[in-house]
Structure formats: structure tokens, C-alpha cells
Ligand binder design. Structure first.
Ligand SMILES: [Ca+2]
Ligand SMILES: [Ca+2]
Length: 194
């Protein structure tokens, strides 16, 4: 299961920047730059500090959600501060109180949580008694926005809505997005095979 997920994630990262032939909705360059090329975020994305965020009300497994985010040159969202946690929850609550996928996973090594965007896991907001790795194993992270307010580990094959994030344009200028995506792909590959 872990290896399968790793390969799926790796394939998704390696596919970043390649046109999807599957009919999946794809944000094109024209779409991103169509509204206001000076805006720090693409149309429909919401800025918070140096990142842009978008909620997708599309049922997807964790790996598929990560794939969709990478097609938009982003990743499933990572959370690093109480302010970011609150920002993402507020964004989700405009649409739903159901749990959503965020970018944490421990598929490479049980108990070693990583963010799919390659950033450090520097702050954690687990629900009480989580992560539980229940049943056959739970290796993907969801964010609760209803009764619970924190994170829970669940089976990666569950279907959830999701939140993507990316660096703002000014941040991206320092590092070409394709190069960054390739680097993230290498990181995920290293985790999966290492
Ligand atoms: Ca686990
Ligand atoms: Ca759990």
C-alpha cells in the first residue's frame, strides 16, 4: 500500500508540467495569466502571506488530489502556523464543514510525516489520539473543519475535497516552477525508494 502510494505520488510529480490527456480540468498558462498578470495569485486563488490557496470541491483520493494540485503548479496545502491553519479552515468553511485533504503523508515510513510540497513538518495540529494509523493503516492527512479542528490520519483511498497551495508569483520568480516541481519529485522519489 505504501509503495503503491509512493509510486502514484512519484508519477504525479514527474508528470507535472505535462498536459493531461485524461480530460482532467487543467489550468492553462493563459488562464493563470488571463485576469491580472500583476496579481500575486492566479484567478480564483486566495493569498495569505507568501502563498496562494484554492479549495476544490472535487471528490478525490489523496494521490489524485495531489495530482490535480500539481497540474496547477501547486501541491496539497501544508500548514506551518496557527494562522495558516485558521486561514485554510476559514477557506474551507465557506463551502463545507467536511474534512478535506491536506498535504501530509507517512506512506514512505510509518510515523514519519512529510508534506508533499517538500517543506519541513515544523508544527503539528493533530486531533486528540491522532494519528492512530487505524485498521489497515492510515497514511494520509485530512483537516477537520467541523466539530474537530485539527488533523487526522485516514486511509489514502478515501474520497475528500481538497485544498491546494502554491508560492505567490514573486516567490516563484526566485525559483522557476518547473525546476521546483522537478526537485519536489526527486524528494518524493528519494523518500519512496530510500
Ligand atoms: Ca500511518
Ligand atoms: Ca486516524
Amino acid at each position: 500500500m505504501s509503495l503503491l502510494l509512493c509510486w502514484a505520488v512519484m508519477a504525479l510529480h514527474l508528470a507535472t508540467g505535462v498536459d493531461a490527456a485524461s480530460g482532467v480540468v487543467n489550468t492553462t498558462e493563459e488562464e493563470v495569466e488571463g485576469v491580472d498578470s500583476q496579481s500575486p495569485c492566479p484567478a480564483g486563488w486566495h493569498q495569505n502571506e507568501h502563498r496562494c490557496f484554492s479549495f476544490y470541491p472535487v471528490w478525490a483520493t489523496w494521490a489524485t488530489a495531489e495530482s490535480y494540485c500539481s497540474q496547477h503548479r501547486g501541491n496539497l496545502v501544508s500548514v506551518h502556523s496557527p494562522g495558516q491553519q485558521m486561514f485554510v479552515q476559514d477557506l474551507v468553511r465557506r463551502h463545507t464543514y467536511q474534512p478535506v485533504w491536506i498535504g501530509g503523508y507517512d506512506a514512505a515510513l510509518e510515523g514519519m510525516w512529510l508534506w508533499s510540497d517538500g517543506s519541513a513538518v515544523d508544527d503539528v495540529y493533530w486531533e486528540e489520539d491522532e494519528p492512530s494509523n487505524s485498521g489497515q493503516g492510515e497514511n494520509c492527512m485530512e483537516l477537520h473543519t467541523g466539530g474537530g479542528q485539527g488533523w487526522n490520519d485516514v486511509s489514502c483511498g478515501e474520497l475528500r475535497f481538497y485544498v491546494c497551495s502554491m508560492e505567490t508569483r514573486s516567490s516563484l520568480a526566485a525559483l522557476p516552477s518547473q525546476k521546483e516541481a522537478d526537485e519536489r519529485g526527486r524528494i518524493v522519489l528519494a523518500h519512496c525508494l530510500g
